[in-house]
Design a protein around this ligand. Structure first.
Ligand SMILES: O=P(O)(O)O[C@H]1O[C@H](CO)[C@@H](O)[C@H]1O
Ligand SMILES: O=c1cc[nH]c(=O)[nH]1
Length: 270
């Protein structure tokens, strides 16, 4: 093959995360560093504060990574930028250089159905691939599906914690404005943007955000375990206004407790 391209590495480590393979746990949580979660400090540190033990593995400025234990299970958490293009490169650092097998996005999203309140959780069973990055990998007909065991374990975790949650489809987009039906500057929005909003609402999609589809496409494509739990930060249908951090802690605990339940289930089947 003419193409002789090699991997991105700096000082022998994966360039974007700076992680060393042996410092990645089998379970990896990805969180977006943006102000929407209402965190005072780096959002990876917020998650790592739940761990029983933790080590700062790397901080490249683009990503901060902690690995530790939570209720006896090894877990890694990475904070990174938002959108599919950024999550792709972070996922590939882990997928190409470590034995991590379970990848979970914990984040925020906009509610698309009236029965959802700000602060509720959506555990995705799958994602609409309305972003661009996943289409570079595999045609649109290929489904972005969450791992059924991981979904079941996160659902059980949410139930045990008494967190109001919904299971269903999350739609990932690239445009947080007209792409989701949110008017841009001067109220700019086209009929097709409004139609798209109606379409996905009627199709029963629960929430919109930007990273679920790339994560679930790649984990499904590469035979890995993927899952997404997003809090509802605002609601397009009821007009309930955005509240920074609403439900984020619940999403974090749902993912962490879900991992503990999944780990026990997998060990039982060994
Ligand atoms: O709430 P977090 O997880 O940051 O993610 C949501 O918020 C971001 C918008 O800035 C989008 O990327 C969307 O996915
Ligand atoms: O809370 C959120 C996050 C992403 N997109 C939204 O519409 N709301």
């Amino acid at each position: 093959m003419l193409n002789k391209i090699g991997p991105f590495t700096i000082n022998g480590k994966p360039a974007f995360t700076g992680i060393t393979p042996e410092q990645a746990a089998p379970y990896v949580i990805f969180v977006v560093k943006d102000p929407l979660h209402g965190c005072e400090k780096d959002v990876a540190e917020e998650v790592a504060d739940h761990f029983d033990t933790r080590v700062l593995v790397a901080d490249t400025g683009m990503c901060r990574t902690y690995t530790g234990t939570y209720k006896g299970v090894d877990v890694t958490v990475v904070s990174c930028g938002s959108g599919a293009p950024e999550l792709e490169i972070i996922l590939m650092d882990f997928m190409m250089n470590t034995d991590a097998s379970t990848f979970i996005r914990v984040g925020g999203s906009g509610g698309l159905q009236e029965q959802m309140s700000v602060g509720d959780l959506v555990i995705a069973t799958g994602a609409v691939r309305d972003e661009g990055t996943s289409h570079a990998y595999v045609p649109a007909q290929f489904p972005a599906i969450a791992d059924y065991q991981l979904v079941a374990c996160m659902k059980q975790a949410a139930e045990r914690n008494g967190f109001k949650h919904h299971l269903g489809i999350t739609r990932s987009v690239d445009s947080e404005y007209v792409g989701v039906g949110r008017p841009a500057r001067n109220g700019y929005i086209l009929e097709r943007h409004k139609e798209q909003f109606e379409l996905w609402h009627r199709a029963g999609v629960l929430n919109i955000e930007r990273e679920a589809a790339i994560l679930l496409t790649l984990t499904t494509l590469f035979g890995l375990r993927g899952g997404v739990v997003n809090a509802i930060g605002d609601n397009f249908v009821t007009g309930e206004p955005f509240l920074a951090g609403a439900g984020f802690e619940h999403a974090v605990v749902t993912a962490l407790d879900g991992i503990v339940l999944l780990d026990a289930e997998l060990k039982k089947n060994l």
